[in-house]
Design a protein around this ligand. Structure first.
Ligand code: E4P
Length: 216
């Protein structure tokens, strides 16, 4: 399973990249606004930190506008992945861009039928938002299972990118289902390393090692 960081904060991305476990980055207009940085500039900087896909989202709602924005965004770097919303115009744009060999992440997916449409449009990634799904009383992980089943039924190559991940159980469940990628805030990714028994074990070993009076 690939791990993408869902952030536009440079320091956090560098920190995760240093672990060697970061496979890409996703941003959205809210995350860009939170960073307080220029969209193009910060996206260029992120593309220089990871060689994996970096999702940059269009804000136009019509196909022509999306194509115009995508043209600007894909010039930033070879690893830019154009993010489009799951609308008719978004999928028209997805089809056009992927036919030309540009990576596309179809975002704001909330149903398995929407995911089926994105795969038919040739999406590189489909982003079902599990956290927002759960927030509204639906079962986000059931959505991931349904998409996995449908994609496997037809051999679609579109990668399932589990988005709106809020905690480690989302990561665990997504991995058990066989999602291809998950994108999460850096705090959630860092939390995966932690276990109280690991910390306790280190503490005990170090205490015993100190009694030996040895050094390595
Ligand atoms: C995905 O690409 C989105 O940026 C993100 O996962 C949305 O998460 P949120 O629901 O926590 O805003």
């Amino acid at each position: 399973m690939k791990f993408f960081a869902d952030t536009a904060e440079i320091a956090e991305i560098k920190d995760l990249a240093a672990t060697g476990l970061l496979d890409g980055v996703t941003t959205n207009p809210s995350l860009i606004a939170k960073s307080g940085r220029d969209f193009i500039e910060v996206t260029r900087e992120i593309c220089g930190i990871t060689s994996g896909p970096v999702s940059a989202e269009v804000v136009a709602l019509d196909h022509e506008g999306m194509m115009r924005e995508a043209e600007v965004l894909r010039k930033i770097a070879d690893n830019v992945c154009i993010k489009v919303p799951l609308t008719i115009d978004g999928l028209k744009t997805c089809k056009a861009l992927t036919s030309e060999g540009t990576m596309v992440n179809v975002t704001l997916c909330f149903s398995a039928n929407q995911a089926l449409l994105a795969a038919k449009a040739g999406a590189s990634f489909i982003s079902p938002f599990v956290g927002r799904h759960d927030d509204n009383g639906w079962d986000g992980m059931q959505l991931i299972s349904d998409i996995r089943l449908i994609y496997d039924n037809y051999g679609f190559q579109t990668e399932i990118l589990v988005a709106s991940v809020r905690h480690s159980v989302h990561v665990l469940e997504a991995a058990k289902i066989g999602a291809d990628v998950m994108t999460a805030p850096p705090s959630v990714i860092k939390g995966l390393f932690k276990h109280i028994l690991t910390d306790k074990g280190i503490e005990g070993f170090l205490a015993d090692w100190a009694k030996t009076g040895q050094s390595i």
